[in-house]
Design a protein around this ligand. Structure first.
Ligand code: ADP
Length: 549
């Protein structure tokens, strides 16, 4: 395999010649077996026509917004154990071949499994390291390898006598539990803040040493998955959205079945209701009357889950308020829609419901709904779909909205954080709507109510087969990042192509934060081999050499 491509075809990373890359991969194949090393060139890039959620390309981003070969890997390697990972990391230090670890690489809208630095070797952690290592009935915890998806964990619990333990999945169930928590993703049950619900990590450091965090640092401990902190500085956070280590095991807390559950939908008729909704929801969320992270979804996001734009209108233009009103009536949702759930026995839920109903029904035109049993052959409503998600049943319904304007559609994620106030939500909404209008995109979005803040998840869908659509998508978000920063808003996560830009707006006190990150990087990864450029953090060897974009 290593000889199947000519030197000129190889995607060599900076400072690495074709023969050195070949030698590095030859040595890695001695560790993992030649069947677990795949080499890429521009010619072998997976054809997009064959790619879908369950068959994503590993070497490039399926939703490429820049040219397809900008974020292109040289190879993928599939370790089978922590020892394999250590050996790969040591070889990378020897040959200076950059590594880009992913768990399952389904990071849709943020770059998939593609590396930030062209020519990096993808370390596909999930391919073979995909076991549920432990589940504790008593403590309601688990210890996972990176290749365990939400579907797999759910299945494992169902089939192994742990039906009473719930999981918390994000919108799509095919991603990695470990990978999502490491990118600080979120779900929708009371355990939705994934990083907060992790407990203990095993990490291969950029020099090839293995470390366990928290109680895992104490040999023979019996609390690695039950106490998060251990002793001394708490390092877990620096392994998220970072390039300081490769996580090989991670512990999580699991929610015991709460003894009752009811999902609900509150619909609001007016586009202008958003501030009132947010003002009301903040108080209930911080006060824990609302136990989970509810979402406030726009009409078109719901419409898009159910069908393409062409199903609703002949127009290719941005939809007007009147047209959106018409769609909202057609699909039976409002202009804004709170999807939430109550957890616990009925008497508890009844009390909660009184408060929710009395609060939200004060907004003129508000209505509510519970999911009805589905009639034979009827299409599920978004409420039916959210009912599953909100109780930790993994699914892939939300793939639907990707195809809003074309099939297959592509996604570029834009996810600023704001205070959970009406003024801020509205400012954010107007800011995005204005830019979307300028660049020709319908606003599809949702405000996820975390604890005290909103994750504004803006779903920009574009047509990657049209260079103009890609250019507009890219420019639109580039401008929005600056618009947002000018108002004091920053993104919680981003696509590869905006990592440098976003790192540069988090620049309080002369960029003290980025300087700190770079200092850590240089000390932990002196050869600069691990995920160069992740979150805008470049190692000394590659910094300022024109790789930032
Ligand atoms: P998912 O498939 O759940 O979307 P990914 O595997 O794509 O998650 O992971 C998201 C991001 O998190 C990756 O791009 C990478 O930066 C980081 N990441 C994932 N797994 C690991 C890991 N095991 N060690 C270090 N970083 C990781």
């Amino acid at each position: 395999l290593l000889d199947s491509l000519s030197d000129a075809d190889l995607i060599t990373p900076p400072d690495v010649s074709a023969s050195v890359l070949r030698e590095a991969l030859k040595n890695i194949s001695l560790v993992v077996g030649p069947e677990n090393v795949e080499l890429y060139s521009k010619e072998t890039m997976k054809l997009d026509e064959e790619a879908h959620y369950y068959n994503l390309p590993k070497e490039h981003d399926m939703f490429y917004v820049l040219e397809k070969d900008v974020f292109l890997a040289s190879a993928v390697v599939r370790p089978g154990s922590t020892e394999d990972v250590c050996a790969i990391v040591k070889l990378a230090n020897k040959y200076l071949t950059p590594l880009w670890p992913v768990s399952m690489g389904r990071n849709l809208g943020y770059g998939g499994s593609a590396p930030r630095l062209r020519g990096s070797i993808i370390v596909d952690m999930g391919a073979r390291m995909n076991k549920v290592l432990e589940v504790s009935d008593r403590d309601c915890t688990c210890l996972l390898e990176p290749g365990v998806s939400y579907f797999a964990l759910y299945d494992y619990l169902q089939k192994n006598g742990f039906k009473h333990l719930w999981i918390d999945n994000p919108d799509l169930g095919g991603g990695s539990v470990v990978g999502n928590a490491l990118d600080r993703g979120a779900g929708y049950t009371p355990y939705g803040e994934h990083f907060s619900m992790h407990c203990g990590m095993e990490v291969v450091l950029p020099t090839g040493e293995v470390m366990r965090t928290g109680m895992g640092a104490l040999p023979g401990n019996n609390t690695w998955q039950t106490f998060q902190y251990g002793f001394g500085p708490y390092p877990d956070g620096i392994f998220t959205q970072s390039n300081y280590g490769i996580v090989t095991k991670m512990g999580f807390w699991l929610m015991p079945d709460p003894g009752g559950y009811q999902s609900y939908l509150f619909s609001f008729q007016n586009d202008t209701d958003l501030p009132a909704i947010v003002e009301a929801i903040r108080v209930l969320r911080i006060g824990m009357v609302i136990q989970n992270a509810p979402t406030i979804r726009s009409t078109l996001l719901d419409a898009a889950v159910l069908a393409q734009k062409s199903h609703y209108t002949d127009s290719n233009d941005i939809l007007t308020d009147m047209e959106i009103d018409k769609i909202s009536r057609k699909i039976g949702v409002g202009r804004w829609n709170i999807y939430g759930a109550m957890y616990g026995p009925k008497p508890m839920r009844d009390l909660q419901w009184e408060v929710l109903k009395n609060t939200f029904m004060q907004i003129p035109g508000a209505s509510y709904m519970f999911p009805e049993p589905l009639k034979e052959g009827a299409q599920k409503t978004v409420l039916h779909m959210r009912e599953e998600t909100l109780k930790g049943m993994p699914n892939t319904y939300e793939l639907g909205w990707l195809d809003w304007t074309c099939k297959p559609g592509s996604l570029l994620g834009f996810s600023p954080i704001s205070p959970a106030t009406g003024i801020d939500a509205n400012k954010q909404y107007q800011m995005v709507k204005q830019r979307f209008r300028e660049f020709g995109f319908d606003y599809l979005g949702t405000f996820v109510v975390g604890w005290r803040e909103l994750h504004h998840i803006v779903c920009l869908t574009f047509d990657k087969s049209d260079p103009d659509s890609r250019r507009r998508a890219h420019r639109c978000i580039e401008l929005l990042i600056d618009d947002a920063a000018a108002e004091g808003y920053g993104e919680y996560r981003t696509h590869l192509c905006f990592m440098d830009q976003i790192a540069s707006v988090y620049n309080w006190n002369n960029g003290a934060s980025l300087k700190f990150n770079e200092q850590l990087k240089d000390s932990l990864d002196p050869n600069g081999i691990l995920a160069p450029g992740k979150s805008g953090v470049w190692p000394k060897r590659l910094r300022g050499r024109g790789f930032e974009i």
